[in-house]
Ligand binder design. Structure first.
Ligand code: NAD
Ligand code: DAU
Length: 351
C-alpha cells in the first residue's frame, strides 16, 4: 500500500471516524485525507476542529446515499483508498426507523463500492476499499464462546442486518468485480466524542445530571468494550498491512455485564465528583428491554493479533479514566450535543 496518497474517509465527523481522521492526518503528512460526512445528528465538526486547518485535510459535506454526488466526488478526486465508516449506528434508532439504516448502510455502501469499482476499473493495483463493520453481524452468543472470522452471519436487529448486508455487498464486489477490499468487525467502542445515546456516555451524562440510569431488562447483557483510539490504531494497521479479501475481528478482550459496568462507572464518577460512595448507584433504574436484545458479544481477536501484531494499548481502567476525564473537561461539547433534538429522542426512548 505504499502508493496510497489520497484517501477518502467517510463518517469522519462521527465518533470513531473523528479519531481515525485525526490519526491519519497527523501520522501521514504525505497523504491527503478527504473526510466525507453528511453531518447527521451524530456528525459533529467540533470532534475534529483541532485538525480542520491542516494542509493535508479537506472536509466535504455530502450524503453517501446520493449516487450522482458520490460518482462526481470520485471523478474529481482520484482516490487511492477508501475507509468507509459513515453509517447509521444506533441499534435503538434502527428499531424505530429501519429504512434509514437500509438507505445509509446498504445503499450508501453500494454507491461507494460502485464509484470505487468504476474509478479503479483500469488499474486497481495498490487501491483498497476498507469497510468498518461490527461484531453484531454474527448475532448473539450464549454464556460461552467467541465470535471468529468464520462465525456465520446471524443478525438480529435492523442495524446489524443492514451492516451484514453492506458486508455482503463489499465481499460480492470483491468476488464479482475484483475490487480490492478488506473488512473489520469490531466490538463496542468507548471513549471521547461518543454520542450520549450510547450506553457509556449516556450513563456518564446522566450521573453528572443526577438523572435515572436506564438499564435494559435484567442488566445481564454482556458487551466487549474497546477504547476508540485502539480501534483507530487497528484500522491504521489493517489499512496498511491487512491482506486483500480478508476479514479481521477486533475486540477488547474485555467483557462486562451491563449492570457491573454501571456500578463500576457509578463508583468512579462518585469519586471524581466528590459524591458520597454509593450515591450514583441509587440512580440505577431497570427499564423495558430492547426488542431482539443480543445477550452477549465477545470477540476472538487472535487473527489480527497473530498476523498483524495488534493488541489494545490501554486497560479498561485506563480507558475509562481517560473517557470520564474527557467528558468532565468537555462540558460544553456534552451540553451542545444533548440540547435540541437529543431531548426529543431521549424523552421518546425513555418515557
Ligand atoms: P456515529 O453514529 O458516531 O457516526 C456516524 C457518522 O456517519 C456521523 O458523522 C454521520 O454524520 C455520518 N453519516 C451518517 N449517515 C451518513 C450519510 N448518509 N452520508 C454521509 N455521512 C453519514 O458512528 P460510530 O459509532 O462512529 O461508528 C462508525 C462506524 O463504525 C459505523 O460504520 C459503525 O457501524 C461501525 N462500528 C461502530 C462501533 C461502535 O461501538 N460505535 C463498533 C463497531 C463498528
Ligand atoms: O458491538 C458493536 C456495536 O456496539 C456497534 O456496531 C454499534 O454501532 C454500537 O452502537 C454498539 O451497539 P450496542 O447496542 O451494543 O451499544 P449500546 O451502547 O446501544 O448498548 C450497550 C448495551 O447497553 C446493550 O446491551 C444495551 C444496553 N443499554 C443501552 C442503552 C442505550 C442499556 O441497558 N440502557 C441504555 O439506555
Amino acid at each position: 500500500m505504499e502508493s496510497v496518497k489520497k484517501i477518502l474517509i467517510t463518517g469522519g465527523a462521527g465518533f470513531i471516524g473523528s479519531h481515525v481522521v485525526r490519526r491519519f492526518v497527523q501520522q501521514y503528512p504525505a497523504y491527503h485525507i478527504v473526510n466525507l460526512d453528511a453531518l447527521t445528528y451524530a456528525g459533529n465538526l467540533e470532534n475534529i476542529s483541532d485538525i480542520e486547518n491542516k494542509p493535508n485535510y479537506t472536509f466535504v459535506k455530502g450524503d453517501i446515499t446520493d449516487p450522482d454526488f458520490i460518482n462526481a466526488l470520485f471523478a474529481d478526486h482520484h482516490f487511492d483508498g477508501v475507509i468507509h465508516l459513515a453509517a447509521e449506528s444506533h441499534v435503538d434508532r434502527s428499531i424505530t426507523d429501519p429504512m434509514s439504516f437500509v438507505k445509509t448502510n446498504v445503499i450508501g455502501t453500494v454507491n461507494l463500492l460502485h464509484a470505487a469499482k468504476t474509478a479503479w476499473a483500469n488499474n486497481a493495483e495498490g487501491k483498497r476499499f476498507y469497510h468498518i463493520s461490527t461484531d453484531e453481524v454474527y448475532g448473539s452468543l450464549g454464556q460461552t464462546g467467541l465470535f471468529t472470522e468464520t462465525t456465520p452471519y446471524d443478525p438480529n436487529s435492523p442495524y446489524s442486518a443492514s451492516k451484514a448486508g453492506s458486508d455482503h455487498f463489499v465481499r460480492a464486489y470483491g468476488e464479482t468485480y475484483g475490487l480490492p477490499y478488506v473488512i473489520t468487525n469490531c466490538s463496542n467502542n468507548y471513549g471521547p466524542n461518543h454520542f450520549p445515546e450510547k450506553f457509556i456516555p449516556l450513563l456518564i451524562n446522566n450521573i453528572i445530571e443526577n438523572k435515572a440510569l436506564p438499564v435494559y431488562g435484567d442488566g445481564k447483557y454482556t458487551r466487549d468494550w474497546l477504547f476508540v483510539k485502539d480501534h483507530a490504531a487497528a484500522i491504521d494497521l489493517v489499512f496498511h498491512e491487512g491482506k486483500n479479501h480478508e476479514t479481521y475481528n477486533i475486540g477488547g478482550f474485555n467483557e462486562w455485564q451491563n449492570i457491573d459496568l454501571v456500578k463500576l462507572l457509578c463508583a468512579k464518577m462518585d469519586a471524581k465528583l466528590g459524591r458520597e460512595a454509593g450515591a450514583s448507584e441509587k440512580l440505577i433504574t431497570y427499564v423495558k428491554d430492547r426488542p431482539g436484545h443480543d445477550l452477549r458479544y465477545a470477540i476472538d481477536a487472535s487473527k489480527i493479533n497473530s498476523e498483524l501484531g495488534w493488541k489494545p494499548s490501554v486497560t479498561f481502567e485506563e480507558g475509562l479514566e481517560l473517557t470520564i476525564d474527557w467528558y468532565l473537561q468537555n462540558e460544553a461539547w456534552l451540553k451542545n450535543v444533548t440540547s435540541g433534538d437529543y431531548k426529543n429522542y431521549y424523552d421518546k426512548q425513555y418515557h
